[in-house]
Design a protein around this ligand. Sequence first.
Ligand SMILES: [Zn+2]
Ligand SMILES: [Zn+2]
Length: 74
Amino acid sequence: MQLPCPKCQTEVVRSGELKRHCESCDSDFKLHIACNECGQELERLKACGAVNFWCEQCNELKSKSSAVYTLKDA
Ligand SMILES: [Zn+2]
Ligand SMILES: [Zn+2]
């Protein structure tokens, strides 16, 4: 999953589990993962090496691909 930098649209690189860095404008971002249905921030669940997400509001398990990813200023 690749995300463009909100400032310069360059693809950001992974600098930590929930951290992304833009080499082009030297900015750090925090990865925000939200529910595609209600917008609530998702809780990360790790099981057997796979990552899934849990939405408290929908009371439902969300897959990596259905989550909405946005970059916030660190
Ligand atoms: Zn940038
Ligand atoms: Zn939800």
